[in-house]
Design a protein around this ligand. Structure first.
Ligand SMILES: Cc1ncc(COP(=O)(O)O)c(C=O)c1O
Length: 345
């Protein structure tokens, strides 16, 4: 009963097999191998556009290096108050960009509204003394398990672009967002105004495969140099490429993300029907937030279950309740979910 994180899951058999296959013989280093070139082509097919692809080792690397490529003195990056770049990355964007500042916006279940963005943008008119907004960063799927559909991305991106901002999408769980919305990858990104995407593979079946996918290369500068200096340029690039090839081929990534989302839906259905628990809020992707009795959480842990408590200010919990985050992955089985729900009662 692992609901701690999709980072706890292993890599899929397909990805492991691809790694073993890529291990045959020697290949040119630093991304000049045939496999890396082939995979760049695969990304372009998936996104229905010629894209630049920069492998990185981590989602934090993708987010911070991509955003740093927009840096300018006094630059501001607008993001939700729940954004991973704000709360979990130890100031990586600020550091890599040489001191750009993050400006957080109110969110509901992880999503920023057009009104919140409008209000935030109005705080920084031309010639103000506080800084220049250079980027809007949206996370999809969000840190709260919700998703932005293409129309919502387009509305937010449209507002941002109208004021000259570039649009970044943190897609550490992009596969889950695509699977949940049913949208095409292109519709959820560049066709809706996204300029570059942190494309995650690690949480959804890879071993360590992340990439910055660039749709508007003219907006980002010195990405190659920034990646090199940050130590994210892989010498044995073929091993990352091999993972992505297995990931993207035949729609595997969407099948795995769909499985994770389906297990999360199984959890949501069971929790809605429970007399002992309730959902913290509705979600659509592979993260579920539930209010459980503390005693139930302890029993689940005693039985070997893993899950994390989550901040619950303002949610009106009683002293013997807690909010927990439950994350499913490609590896979560229906039986694992059923056992968990049986323990919740
Ligand atoms: C939404 C989101 N973005 C980015 C990351 C960063 O990933 P990494 O831990 O690989 O740096 C995470 C990881 O949990 C995440 O949840």
């Amino acid at each position: 009963m692992n609901f701690a994180s999709d980072n706890w899951a292993g890599a899929t058999p397909e990805v492991m097999a691809a790694l073993v296959k890529a291990n045959d013989g020697a290949a040119p280093a630093y991304g000049s191998d045939a496999l890396t070139r082939r995979v760049t082509g695969l990304f372009s097919e998936v996104f229905e556009k010629e894209v630049e692809v920069w492998f990185t080792a981590t989602g934090t690397g993708s987010n911070s290096l991509g955003l740093a490529a927009l840096s300018r003195p006094g630059g501001l990056v607008l993001c939700s108050s729940e954004a991973h770049i704000h709360s979990d990355e130890w100031g990586a964007t600020e550091f890599q960009s040489g001191g750009m500042k993050l400006v957080t916006m109110p969110q509901v279940a992880g999503r920023v509204s057009a009104e919140a963005l409008r209000q935030t943008l109005s705080r920084f008119p031309e010639g103000n003394r506080f800084g220049v907004p250079v980027a809007l960063s949206l996370t999809n799927a969000t840190e709260c398990g919700t998703v932005y559909a293409p129309a919502a991305v387009a509305e937010l991106a449209g507002l941002a672009r109208a004021q000259g901002l570039a649009v970044h999408m943190d897609g550490a769980r992009f596969g889950n967002a695509v699977a949940a919305t049913g949208a095409k990858p292109a519709e959820l990104t560049w066709k809706s105004g996204v300029d570059f995407l942190s494309f995650g593979g690690t949480k959804n079946g890879c071993w360590a495969a992340e990439a910055i996918v660039v749709f508007s290369p003219d907006k980002l500068s010195d990405l190659a140099a920034r990646r090199q200096r940050a130590g994210h340029t892989f010498s044995k690039s073929r091993f990352v490429a091999a993972q992505f090839e297995a990931y993207l081929t035949g729609g595997n990534w969407l099948r795995w993300a769909g499985q994770a989302n389906a297990r999360a839906e199984q959890l949501r259905v069971g929790l809605r029907a429970s007399s002992q628990a309730r959902l913290g809020w509705g979600s659509e992707a592979n993260e579920v937030f539930a209010v459980l009795p503390r005693e139930t959480i302890a029993r689940i842990r005693l039985a070997g279950g893993t899950l994390y408590e989550w901040p619950a200010e303002g949610m009106g919990l009683t002293a013997d309740e807690d909010l927990v985050r439950l994350v499913t992955s490609w590896a979560t089985s229906p039986d694992e979910v059923a056992r968990f729900l049986a323990m919740v009662g």
